[in-house]
Design a protein around this ligand. Structure first.
Ligand code: UDP
Ligand code: MG
Length: 307
């Protein structure tokens, strides 16, 4: 097996026919030794029956059906585990990752790259708000995490066999795949592409999910938010020491007129806020530690076809 394509699908019955039409020729242009692995992530539309009929017609189309919806990251991991190709391409089912780019990724792989990722030329298909929030996230992430992720790169990429093996040895259950893909290292290169609008169906993301995704990514890749508060606390202590000296001096020189309700309230509210935030940060990490120590598998497989 030379090339595997892994596609997580969740309620994509309307996108799938178009995907197949464009994906098969793209794979065939690379090699005839290919496989197509669809990971059905608990779809409740016609996705699974459709995939089953395809798998019956064509042995190169393989299906893994998960026992429920586990999320794209888990579905991707299931697909990567099953993939046998010397190179594995990961792409979305909604045709936002153009299959026509795969021959270019493949070419780079032939040149010896292990990790060939697609980078969006621009984000014009995104809303203004999405562009700003995504940009801020990437900047913040790259400043904090020890392995920066390339701006505007998603999961769409080709991984060599050893890169796939490397990703699969990382045992975490809450998988921020973008981060993992760069964390493993190896020879990487980017191929620019234009990300189209979704062909059909609708996105599974909303801003609350994206916010949690961003938090998950950050807490998975850096512990700085945990450590920051030590320094903040030190600064505050130093400042309060100076303030104490000054108050003592005023008391000795001018007596002690009672004043300062406002400053008192501001100080109390400000520092209770800071304390709650730090507790929240600890909570974020704690919940992730909690989920990791449970050691639950990232997904369960209900059914495998042609595998
Ligand atoms: N997906 C999945 N499980 C989920 C959500 C999404 O397997 O719980 C798949 C989905 O079918 C698609 C890909 O992940 O193939 C990307 O999803 P989507 O297009 O909704 O994300 P976006 O492109 O908006 O970031
Ligand atoms: Mg999409």
């Amino acid at each position: 097996m030379e090339l595997s394509a892994v596609i997580p699908v969740f309620n994509e019955a309307v996108s799938l026919p178009g995907l197949r039409e464009r994906l098969l020729p793209a794979l065939q242009r690379c090699t005839s030794q290919y496989e197509l692995i669809f990971v059905n992530d608990g779809s409740c539309d016609d996705t699974l029956p459709l995939l089953k009929t395809w798998a019956k017609q064509d042995k190169q189309i393989k299906v893994i059906s998960l026992s429920r919806n586990f999320g794209k990251e888990a579905a991707l991991t299931a697909g990567l585990t099953a993939a046998q190709g010397q190179a594995v391409v990961v792409l979305d089912a909604d045709l936002q990752d153009p299959p026509e780019l795969i021959p270019q990724l493949w070419e780079k792989f032939q040149e010896g790259y292990d990790n060939v990722y697609g980078v969006r030329k621009d984000r014009t298909t995104d809303s203004f708000f999405k562009r700003v929030t995504a940009g801020t996230f990437y900047k913040l992430y790259n400043r904090l995490a020890d392995t920066p992720i390339p701006h505007n790169a998603g999961d769409f990429r080709l991984l060599s066999r050893r890169a796939v093996e490397a990703v699969l040895t990382l045992p975490e259950r809450e998988r921020f795949t973008k981060g993992l893909f760069t964390w493993i290292g190896f020879k990487s290169t980017a191929v620019p592409f234009t990300r189209e609008k979704r062909t059909a169906g609708k996105t599974k993301w909303n801003y609350w999910k994206l916010w949690n995704f961003a938090l998950g990514g950050l807490t998975a890749s850096t512990t700085l938010p945990l450590k920051l508060w030590t320094y903040f606390g030190l600064c505050i202590s130093a400042a309060s020491f100076v303030f104490a000296l000054w108050t003592a001096y005023k008391k000795i020189m001018f007596g002690n007129p009672v004043s300062g309700y406002t400053s008192l309230m501001v100080a109390i509210l400000f520092f209770s806020g800071v304390q709650l935030i730090t507790l929240g940060v600890i909570g974020e990490y704690l919940s992730r530690i909690f989920n990791e120590v449970k050691q639950r598998p990232a997904y369960f497989i209900d059914e495998k076809i042609n595998l």
